[in-house]
Design a binder for this molecule. Sequence first.
Ligand code: PEP
Ligand code: MN
Length: 355
Amino acid sequence: MNDEILTKWNKRPLIISGPCSAETEEQMIETATKLAATGKVDVLRAGIWKPRTKPGLFEGIGTKGLPWLVAAKKITGLPITVEVATAKHVEDALQFDLDMLWIGARTTVNPFSVQEVADALRGVDVPVLIKNPINPDLELWTGGIERLQKVGIKEVGMIHRGFSSYGNTEYRNAPMWHLPIEMKRRFVGIPLICDPSHICGNRHMLQSVAQKSIDLGFDGLMLESHIDPDNAWSDANQQIAPERLSELLDALIWRSETTTEQEFITALTTLREQINQLDDELLTILGQRMKISDKIGAYKKNNNITILQTNRWNDILEKAFTKGDTLGLSKEFIVKYFDAIHLESINHQNKVMNS
Ligand code: PEP
Ligand code: MN
């Protein structure tokens, strides 16, 4: 690997940008030129082979787009990266001397595919980023990193692009921040990049998600950028023009890495972030639980049923004791915690019943 790529790889924050998909040579060159002009982008990205959920959508321009990236690199000096999902993709990308590769979320879920890509990369000296799998399974993500390391890839990085879930949520892919944070803990020293574009699926949340990742100590960003976002052939809703990207990056508050600090301080910070995130989720879930409780209260009211249902409550407690035991939670804690929940739930239903 040449020093130039290694220097970029080690730069913090590492900023990767470019269109979701390469569409035409002109689009690639114009995007790259505008991104390079910002002076804030380190690596140019573009999807050449697009894993689309349904057939009939634009599935990428294919290998003929690779020379466009090479041309964009020649003009701007920006190193180039593409997503690879098969051995053939790797072969083609390497033929065009791609500087960096990434494995997409739909590939990381499949160990056969990751292994195929890894095997094609055996003995190759190129940095490889691996996105989280679309489902929140850290073992799959971990396994992907290990497969790459096993074939001798020295520069392996992670991209957090969120996790898909059923139904509509505010995010296209829920960030579940405690998961990438756990990966950072597992793989100390391996760069962790955030991809706000695929987490958000829209433009208006990009800034806050990017900022959050910086606040959490991520090592860089991958953001999709297009010269004409509204008319992009894929992921139009989430792409931004290079000028807007520049503004977004300027508005971020960069947090300095306290690399000279002792290791335990870093560890403490990481663990505290996980706790904050989980506490936040606990509260959200408790709020949801009380809403359901309200609904039950309304049914009880309409059917003249008592709020307190002793058998039901004992069932809940017994189940919690058993589960708590396997999770290392004491019976004493379970009682206190569930009593508090129960009391709040009763208060909620009381309100409903007497309203
Ligand atoms: C992409 O980066 O354009 C892409 C397909 O992303 P993901 O693998 O995160 O869905
Ligand atoms: Mn995309």
